[in-house]
Ligand binder design. Structure first.
Ligand code: DLL
Length: 433
């Protein structure tokens, strides 16, 4: 287990030492993976039957990729590589079919992940003197609990505020003199746009830093947050399949995110050919978790597009940095930090008998938050009917969608044939953000 005490040394290992450490850990992960039927077949198909078949870190490139679909197909326990009684927690992320992709953690797994979150907070300059207000959602989502444990282990004063309830966030921030906040960038912007109307001003707060992540955001958004609040905002990247936050984190220089290479093997591949691209070239990030014994995942296609930043960081840490996430190769939308697949929406609305054949999903900014609009055609009989029926249908769709995607969208009805139709593939999603 990486202890906080010697962590600084690990952050500065030279490449040879880092790769030697990766190899030792990778072999252990292969050994774990071979305990699952799924990886026994996958690894067996390329002649890997035992960890001794791995002799160099580059052997990883022989192994087929693991995808979200694989995780879904093996739901719920297909990737569990330890006895169930060793599991102390699970996390999940949303999926297209309603079945989440699940990840299990043993106590050892949690300790290792927590150490990474401690490291991530330390590299941004956090100390045990800080008061940490965690505005990420607590629950199956990894954003809340994930950083919570690291902040506690670091010795920070943690306020587990979770997301929402703007008024209470301000009250806590003022009364307990919060110095560090953790939130999605969109929520943070939304929160502070309400500051004056809620009777507060910047001088009521002593906030110094924000950890922002879980959703794509531009440098301009970071600047907006920093300028408005006169704070430093650090980009934080992660995904539940790789534990959650603290896969990659910005250090005090804020020049890209150090991907913690002692704990993850990163590859960046061409998004179509799936072959490696050189440093500095954008491609899909592929990750292997080296520290989780319970749910080994090898060569996971994240669908996130980024590039490895060539050269060294002025901080001297040797773990390579990735550029902020530029987009995704699939169609998953992230709406105020919540992952939504268009197919989840389609699944719900197309079940309703009065709904027509055409629909589209519009996402736009309303102030600093994202707004989801579902534009759908309805059958002519319901249009000429009592308007109360239309209102009831609208409410029903909204409730069903809320149950499925946890967001309550605006529903707009159109007469049949009134929504645009494409010649080729339908364009269902209009993302105006
Ligand atoms: O969002 C974990 C996390 C929580 C990261 C809190 C940072 C802070 P998931 O819900 O599984 O996990 O969603 C993972 O979110 O594949 C990216 O597409 C996107 N994402 C996460 N962090 C960033 C970021 C968490 N900093 C998916 N920039 C990932 C852009 C991000 N996109």
């Amino acid at each position: 287990m990486t202890s906080c005490f010697n962590d600084n040394e690990i952050q500065h290992l030279d490449r040879d030492a880092l790769e030697a450490l990766q190899l030792i850990r990778f072999k252990k992960i292969v050994k774990q993976a071979l305990k699952t039927e799924f990886y026994k077949q996958r690894l067996g198909s390329v002649g890997i039957k035992d960890q001794s078949d791995i002799t160099h870190i580059n052997d990883i490139t022989k192994i087929p990729f693991t995808t979200k679909e694989d995780l879904r197909d093996t739901y719920p326990y297909g990737l569990l590589a330890v006895d169930k009684e060793e599991v102390v927690r699970m996390h999940a992320s949303s999926g297209t079919t309603g079945k989440p992709t699940v990840i299990f953690q043993t106590q050892t797994d949690l300790d290792r992940w927590t150490n990474l979150t401690v490291r991530s907070l330390l590299v941004t300059g956090c100390t045990k003197k800080d008061v940490f207000q965690n505005m990420m959602t607590y629950g199956l989502f990894t954003g809340g609990i994930g950083l919570h444990y690291g902040a506690e282990r670091l010795g920070m004063f943690v306020i587990p505020a979770s997301s929402g309830n703007t008024k209470r966030q301000f009250m806590l921030m003022k009364d307990f003199q919060t110095t560090v906040v953790h939130a999605t960038p969109s929520y943070l912007l939304h929160l502070f746009s309400e500051m004056e109307s809620m009777g507060y001003s910047r001088k009521d707060f002593v906030i110094k830093k924000a950890m922002i992540g879980a959703e794509p955001h531009s440098e301009e958004i970071r600047q907006k947050i920093e300028d408005f609040l006169q704070i430093d905002a650090y980009n934080s990247y992660g995904l539940s399949e790789m534990n959650g936050p603290s896969v990659a984190f910005e250090c005090e220089y804020k020049k890209g995110m150090h991907l913690w290479e002692d704990s993850y093997i990163m590859e960046v591949v061409d998004k179509e050919k799936l072959t490696p691209v050189p440093e500095g070239t954008t491609g899909e990030l592929v990750l292997t978790n080296l520290i989780r014994e319970s749910t080994p995942i090898i060569r996971y296609r994240t669908r996130d597009l980024t590039k490895i930043i060539p050269g060294e960081c002025p901080c001297g840490r040797t773990h390579r940095r990735i550029e902020r996430i530029l987009g995704r190769t699939d169609d998953m939308l992230i709406i105020n930090g919540v992952n939504v697949f268009p197919s989840q929406i389609e699944e719900v609305i197309m079940k309703m008998p009065s709904i027509g054949n055409n629909y589209r999903i519009v996402v736009r900014k309303k102030g600093t938050l994202d707004e989801l609009i579902v534009d759908t055609e309805v059958n002519s009989d319901i249009i000429s009917d009592d308007t109360r029926k239309l209102y009831a249908l609208r409410d029903h769709i909204r409730d069903e969608l809320k149950a499925s995607i946890t967001i309550s969208p605006q529903i707009e009805f159109h007469e049949p044939g009134h929504l645009p139709v494409q010649q080729g593939k339908a364009i269902r999603v209009i993302d105006e953000r």
